[in-house]
Design a binder for this molecule. Sequence first.
Ligand SMILES: [Zn+2]
Length: 281
Amino acid sequence: MDILFSHPYLGCIVAALMGLQLGSFLNVVVWRLPLMMQRQWEAECAELHGAISEPAQAFNLSKPRSHCPACKTSLRAADLVPVLSYLWLKGKCAHCGVAVSVRYPLVELAMALLWGFCAWRWGFSVEALAWAGFGSVLVTLALIDADTMLLPDSLTLPLLWTGILCASFGVVQLPLLQSVWGAAAGYGVLWAVQAVFKLITGKQGMGEGDYKLLAALGAWLGWMVLPMVVLIASLLGVVVALGMRWQGSLKAGEPLPFGPSLVVAGLVCAAVDLHSGLYSF
Ligand SMILES: [Zn+2]
């Protein structure tokens, strides 16, 4: 084990392999978590209306087993090797030959890069693990928001609390007060912007999930980094919206999720370690 801590490249490679495997699990979470939430809402609605709902088939992160959405064949262990299975099967289901989205191996590769980067930047340490976990949850949130316009509380709120806990135990180099104020300011700023926007236009511009996500970013990066996060995210949001309008994939008045822009801004600020620069003097 000591060799991982003393040998930087070996630590990076082991971390990248861990990220690769986690990326495979993350693809499952991105696909299943919104469906789990939808099923729960439907069950609650049915209960409210007094309907007797039939006991539903178990559906969670582990059940049913991973299967091809087209032919329903359960995937074998050999079909679940991150990236390699995709390349080996040439991006198709081994059973029915239907195309598998290239997003799956790309997410796995991105996670390998993220975990490898954290081990390189912070060494094979608890601090690196904390930042790798932070990045992994953010990537999950960005993908879910892009797909479904949802930012699940079951991810944003634990991210917020772990940020404050990491600061309080000194796992990350961020004074506790900066973290606490970061969480409060992150939520408050977007809430206030939204309140003014609603007063003027009568429309809902952002979801509550966005406030909770920025609160979590504030808890990890501190309140001083928040203006930079909001600036980068807003610029990115405008560029993406203009690009999609130009491409024709976004119609006028159609909402665009803000979560992915916030996530990219948060990852950039964490990667350049903006907070430790700001708080060191
Ligand atoms: Zn199939």
